[in-house]
Write a protein that binds this ligand. Structure first.
Ligand code: URA
Length: 431
């Protein structure tokens, strides 16, 4: 297939990827030598630089062949569109040619998934590598990353590209399972977290280099990682119904309202039915929760499960969450030890907890431990004083009990403490 034909197909196929802002215009064709300056056709789009400048981009897909079957995507495997595929060298040469002719100042490159996520991502990275390393290309590069591609490929992409993006695709996991069965919000969020961690790590290296050389962070010789940041896009309205809680959790996944998001693996949002009658609020995720992306799955969670069983409660009917959605820890060798939250971290996370309570609207909220109780009541709380009675709170009942990790630590009286914890849960459930 001729290069021009490929360009026509793959520039058109890229128009669903967000790289730029757009404005409406009428189409005036100049095909066949009629006039000049057509706005028809595709291939060149715009993005904004951090300083507000508008940058022109060659915006294309590497290929619109795709092994995935996302129902909302024109390039899905079963779609009857005309297909094309550039070689990596063709993309590099096109970019350089367009650049030299002053058509563009950068490249936006996305792709359908061919062979495997890693294979496809490696091809995208190779384009960026070749532009930067073989041709010393200084223009702007935006790579759309492929969900499920490995961490090393993301790291390489971040070294060569100015901006990385990854599509959330749809607002809920249910919709994703329905409409894009090969994709998963957890891996998408993990890739987003990896990009963020890469940026933070490089920012820290630059600060350290500045400290040593006394140069400004911009001039300090340190690596770069996607300096223009990361972005995302999602399709609203394709799914039959949108779960407000899941939308909220996706927004929380990108929260950087306090420094805890940096070292943590991911945001651990609450989970449970949207209309749960009982909500349990813990303190913060632990090591296991941070890795799994789910609350109460580690040792304290296992003890809580036993207590819930003993109280005759079905975990799947409750909403479980934490006052703070990121794990705060201190590294100790290979271990990550739970660290005490401070007031600012609890306050920064409070809007997420409020939003969960507003959407779930439980009849009863039970605070597990002093931190959760203080977060909810916005005052210092001594668990022993407040335990065992209903507190009228914002039109619902608030109960305070101990945190399950307290029971993990207690010794001779453990049996008794466990029974009392079960009794607290039983009372709250009976309301
Ligand atoms: N402790 C908590 O407070 N929350 C969890 O999710 C796990 C342990």
């Amino acid at each position: 297939m001729e290069l021009l034909k490929k360009l026509e197909i793959l520039a058109d196929a890229a128009k669903y990827d967000a790289s730029c802002s757009s404005s409406g215009t009428t189409r005036r064709s100049s095909v066949g030598g009629r006039g000049m300056g057509s706005s028809e056709g595709s291939g060149i789009c715009h993005a904004y630089a951090p300083d507000g400048r508008c940058i022109s981009l060659l915006k294309i897909l590497l290929t619109n062949f795709c092994i995935y079957e996302c129902s909302y995507c024109i390039n899905r495997n079963s779609s009857n569109v005309q297909r094309a595929r550039f070689t990596t060298k063709e993309v590099v040469d096109l970019t350089l040619d367009f650049y030299k002719r002053n058509y563009i100042e950068g490249l936006f490159l996305s792709s359908g998934v061919i062979q495997s996520p890693d294979y496809t991502m490696a091809q995208l990275v190779e384009v960026a590598r070749s532009l930067r390393v073989d041709h010393d290309f200084r223009g702007y590069i935006h790579l759309k990353t492929i969900p499920d591609a490995g961490g090393q490929l993301l790291a390489d992409a971040g070294r060569f590209a100015d901006r990385l993006s990854i599509n959330i695709e749809l607002p809920t996991q249910v919709a994703l399972a329905d409409l894009a069965p090969e994709k998963d919000h957890r891996t998408i969020k993990l890739s987003m977290a990896r990009i963020r961690a890469g940026r933070d790590e490089v920012a820290e290296q630059r600060r350290q280099a500045k400290r040593i050389t006394n140069a400004s962070p911009r001039r300090a010789a340190a690596p770069r990682f996607a300096p223009a940041g990361q972005s995302t896009q999602m399709i609203i309205g394709a799914e039959p119904s949108t779960d407000a809680l899941e939308q909220l959790s996706l927004r929380a996944a990108m929260c950087c309202g306090c420094p805890l998001y940096g070292p943590a693996t991911q945001t651990v949002f609450g989970e449970g039915p949207q209309k749960a009658r009982l909500m349990l609020v813990g303190e913060q995720p632990g090591d296991a929760e941070d890795l799994a992306g789910r609350p109460f799955v580690g040792p304290a969670g296992q003890l809580l499960d036993r207590a819930l069983n003993a109280a005759g409660l079905d975990r799947s009917q409750l909403y479980l969450t934490n006052a703070v959605k990121h794990f705060k820890f201190e590294p100790r060798g290979k271990q990550r030890l739970h660290a005490k939250l401070d007031y600012h971290e609890v306050a920064a996370c409070r809007p997420w907890l409020d939003a969960e309570i507003m959407r779930v609207a439980p009849d009863v909220v039970m605070a597990l431990g002093g931190t959760a109780a203080s977060a909810l009541l916005e005052r210092r709380v001594a668990v022993t004083r407040e335990r065992g009675r209903a507190i009228a709170w914002k039109g619902r009942q608030l109960w305070v009990t101990v945190h399950p990790s307290f029971l993990l630590r207690s010794d001779a009286t453990a049996g008794q403490s466990f029974d009392r914890f079960v009794a607290d849960l039983r009372i709250a459930a009976a309301i």
